[in-house]
Design a protein around this ligand. Structure first.
Ligand code: C2R
Length: 171
């Protein structure tokens, strides 16, 4: 079995359905990942141990999903130098805004790259992790290029319209 390079964790097993989507995206790039449930509030010792061992175990990016008072991503970022991507999850009466603000408003020096609320964010966390890994992994870089090229084929231009070069917009 290939050692995981992305660690996907979440505050509760009630977050699993959304966070699994991150793993599905990583599969598309051929990136090995692991997944687990741990809460900075309910099991702080487990979170501390996981964060401290992460780099030594071969992980290169952590993706942390949490809802409500979402402290898990920030706590991980305080305990490891690895990049941490935070996924705010909905499920409370505040519909994920609580988690979004908890995750995004990190103090200077302890960043958490924050993506959108819910499933869209979980998927984008996978794409962002792939972009980070692509910087040092030619296979992931190739998979990323192929995927971006495929996205371009989804454009359907109006008849008679041609794309001509880049640069500033014409008047
Ligand atoms: P339960 O469904 O287990 O009651 O959890 C979880 O991510 C979940 O979305 C409700 C919500 O609480 C969140 N939770 C956190 C943390 N631990 C659990 N935000 C944490 O450590 O940040």
């Amino acid at each position: 079995m290939t050692a995981a390079r992305v660690g996907i964790v979440m505050g509760s097993d009630s977050d699993m359905a959304a966070m699994r989507l991150c793993g599905e995206v990583l599969d598309e790039y051929g990136i090995a990942w692991e997944i687990g449930v741990m809460s900075a509030h309910r099991a702080p010792e487990a979170v501390q141990a996981y964060a401290r061992q992460a780099e030594g175990r071969g992980l290169r990016v952590l993706v942390a999903g949490a809802g409500a008072a979402a402290h898990l991503p920030g706590v991980l970022a305080s305990l490891t130098g690895l990049p941490v991507i935070g996924v705010p999850l909905a499920g409370t009466p505040l519909a994920g805004m609580d988690a979004l603000l908890s995750i995004v408003q990190m103090p200077p020096g302890v960043p958490v790259a924050t993506v959108a609320i819910g499933e869209m964010g979980a998927r984008n966390a996978g794409h962002l992790a792939a972009r980070i890994l692509a910087l040092s992994d030619p296979d992931v870089a190739t998979a990323l290029r192929a995927r971006r090229a495929a996205m371009g084929t989804r454009v359907s231009l109006p008849e008679g319209f041609e794309i001509t070069g880049g640069g500033p917009a014409e008047d």
